[in-house]
Ligand binder design. Sequence first.
Ligand SMILES: [Zn+2]
Length: 285
Amino acid sequence: MSGPEQPAPGILRLTCETPPPPGWPRPFFYLLGREKLLLIDTGYREEQTVSRLQSLLMRNSARLEKLVITHGHVDHAGAMAEIKDRFAPRIFAHEMEKDLLEARGLALAVDEWLTGEPVIESEAGPLKVLSTPGHSPGHICLWLEQQRALFTGDLVVGEGTSFVGPPDGDMSSYMRSLQKIKQLEAELIFPGHGPVIREPKRHLASLVEHRLLRETQILLLLKQGPATSRELETRIYAGLIHPGLYGVAEMTVMGHLVKLEKEGKVVSETVGGEKKYRLLVPLPF
Ligand SMILES: [Zn+2]
């Protein structure tokens, strides 16, 4: 957690020391308030985060009252148990994220499983919980209406795109969640990775466009003949991304394929032991 930034009044933006795997972006998390603090996400599990939080709290005579988890991946929820042990905040996560947190041994730290879209009070203002599945089943965003600021976890990242694919992701839900947060007309987005987004409208429009473009690209490739997810991934991403991300890119392609299959636009069939996808509909282009 190198030096915290203060991107808006009453909001500190923190990161951790653990380097992410090659090609992956560093996680960011946020501390809200002045005396009774609320933390959104924790970064990776590491002792430095806990000790730096400790000195930050002592310096400001503050107390960590609440911790809200946007979703259960280890770069966002990894230090939950350690933070609970040291500061005993009340910990919130969405009930739809329970399985994922259980699988990572983190569910026991949660005090309150959120259902629906409640409001969580903070010194920076009331935080409205928004259910935004897609990156993971119980992913939430937090809407600080008072500052027209949205904390997006991994639904929207500051640079590039978030991973949406099996086993945790669902592209159809992801697209619906993007449309949902577009309606808010936020003025600031505090993402779980990458820089603070100061032009949310443009950023969100380009994200939606990017996903639709990728979908079109997959359909066009399938027009040339059936292909496996790996073949599609190679044709789309070769030379464009860090080799450490090829596996993730294939899963992202899978995410699109699952959506297209649900929509009846493609079908999968096993040919010679390989799962190939075939186009089912004529393309208007
Ligand atoms: Zn994630």
